[in-house]
Each structure stands twice: as C-alpha cells, then as structure tokens.
Design a protein. Sequence first.
Length: 157
Amino acid sequence: MKSIKYSKLLFVFLLSIFLSCGTDEIPPDKLIGEWTAYSITDETGETIVWDELKATLVDLISEYSCLDFTATATAQLVTTRYVFVDVNSRGCLSPAIAAYTWLIDPETGFYQFTQGNNVINYSISFSNNDNKMTWRDQTSGTTTVWDRVVSVEVTSD
C-alpha cells in the first residue's frame, strides 16, 4: 500500500517537472508599450525634434498645445495617433489614428506593419535600456525616434 502511495507521489512529482520544463515563456517584444515621438525626419532628411516644434508653435498660438504624436503597441497591433494644427484656425485638427498589425520578418529582421494592402517595413532599433526606439522606413528612408512613456509611481510618506 505504501509503495502505491509513493509511486503516485513520484508520478505526480515527475509529471509536474515535465510540464513545467516544457513551458518556456517567450518574453514580450521590446516594441510593446506606449511611446511618444522624440524626433522625425522630413523629406529632405532634416531632423525635427517634436517638443521643440511644439514649443515654437505654442509660443506663437497657445491653442496649439494640443499637438500630439504617440504610438501604442500591443502583441497584435501598433496604433499611431497624430494631432496636427489647423492652419485655418487657432486650434488643432481631430486626431488621425492609424492601426497596423505587425510581425517580424524572420528572414530580414524587419518589423512589418500592415494596414489593408499597405505594408511598411521598418528597421527598428532600441537604446537607452530599451526606452528609446528608432524606426527607419525601408522604402522612404524616413526616421522616427520614440521615447517610451514610463509611468511614475507616486508614493506618499
């Protein structure tokens, strides 16, 4: 009777070890998270620092403080949100939101963002402990640099 108990216990123990060894979790991609634009390049390749552009425009017209350029990535989607100025009024346009599915091409390592029939290949690199991200469009050559939105926990004393 004791040998049956020990056999069952040994079986459960070995089964739990076997099952736990086979479930290696894949770490989430560094892309996943919330990002705010640091800089962009225009058609000529000139770098435009987003906060400097925004500060200059807000100095001229305070209502332009609504300018925004962010990205949010989940395991399935990347969503970009742009809010630009309305040159015909003293304010901003409604947000332009675009959502893309994404995957990493195993052959090239490029991130493929897909929206309908539109596929954009980005070379994406990370720096500053993965808190800065650089997107290089492989077709147009434009570059966007992003800063990770890091939540700050407030502790009360």
